[in-house]
Design a binder for this molecule. Sequence first.
Ligand code: GLU
Length: 480
Amino acid sequence: MSTVRVRFAPSPTGYLHVGGLRTALYNYLFARRNNGVFLLRIEDTDRSRYVEGAVENLIRTLDWAGLHFDEGPGMGGSAGPYIQSERIATYRAHVEMLLASGNAYYAFDTPAELEDMRKKQEKLRVPVREYRRGLDLTGEEVRRKLAAGAPAVVRMKMPAGETVAFEDIVRGGVEFSTDELDDQVLLKSDGYPTYHLANVVDDHLMGVTHVIRGEEWLPSTPKHVLLYRYFGWEPPRFAHLPLLLNADKSKLSKRQGDVAVEEYRNKGFFPEALVNFVALLGWNPGDEREIFTLEELEKEFTLERVGKSGAVFNIEKLNWMNTEHLRHKPDAELLELTRPFLAAADLRDVADSYVLEVIRLLKERVERPGQFVSTGMYFFRDPDSYDEQAGKKHWKPETASRLRLALSAFRDLATFSPGDIESAVRATATALGTGAGALIHPLRLTVTGLAQGPGLFDLMAVLGKETCIRRIDRGLSVLG
Ligand code: GLU
């Protein structure tokens, strides 16, 4: 068996789509699972879609997700260069081979003529192949036109009335009739190859054994299979991944939510959670498990367990997974992840030990690291408002005098542990002849400004005696 070699071959159009992340992930996992090679190839031959900085951004995003490639731009490898715009001479040479073998030909149709054909084709619903006029030109005529600088493309010759069949690992046997297929342009008039030519030539020269990509490329595959035949090459094996769908089963689109991996990153989603989430968009482990680390996926992933039907992108599930991954993270790592959010809130100087206490108390209550700061702001700043609903519910005419009694009990405490605070609250309640709840709810409101949060005694201990007394005092003057 030859070494498994797979590739992720994005076109750098600006950002990494979550569908692209899934394609990259499945390729990566397949390579790892089979001790193979995962390579990154940049397909940038469509100059009109080129976006400055897109390649760097792509590599950074893959890196963030933990999908490290073995060969690719900036990494080297024996099959480089890995950026298609640096391989133009190679494609040119291969086009010459197809021209020489009669499997491709020059066509000189103007954009207006092509537009005309497109319209006719739309109306008649059959391929209109007037560009085949190119086939009738003699070698001499072609040379003359080229020498005169006539804009030309090179097209592949599609055989008539043939069935192109191939085995897809996900979809099984797939067949296309060549009568439905156009004479695909291989080389454009700007001298750049089209996706189809460059993709096939590179997959062959780079020794790619398995092409794993989105289902939208399935209709292109018969053209590729024919190109392999024209070149006399063994085609790789194909696996086309199911479509990603919105909740309403339409094709996943920007209009219904974020599709760029960076957006999720900026919102504080963990790469582990996003990777776990996209792993299950089309693949399943064959049992009920849903939480996987990348290492676990590397051991479990097989293409045989990739399904054919579209996979729904369910954002609630991603939120849930993010929470699960957060709970499993060591506090020290959460501290690192929280620091940027503290900095953004102008809270750079808070001691690590204090932030760790906050993390310990809020870990079960947040979905993303940013929420240690947003939800937990009362750990860092005195509340400047009080939850109105909770005020209505828990602040009674007698509350202020009760809290004053609790306050003096707190002042007398020599140490301020959760146990000390609890004893003081319970003793005060007993002295007042009420339940502890009559103190706990209004205390929480004065200390945090909120109706809910982690255990009151724990959070007061973290805040410290001085801060609690100051806040209760202030709460009394505002609310009482
Ligand atoms: N450049 C294509 C893309 O942007 C690659 C498709 C393929 O994997 O063949 O998705």
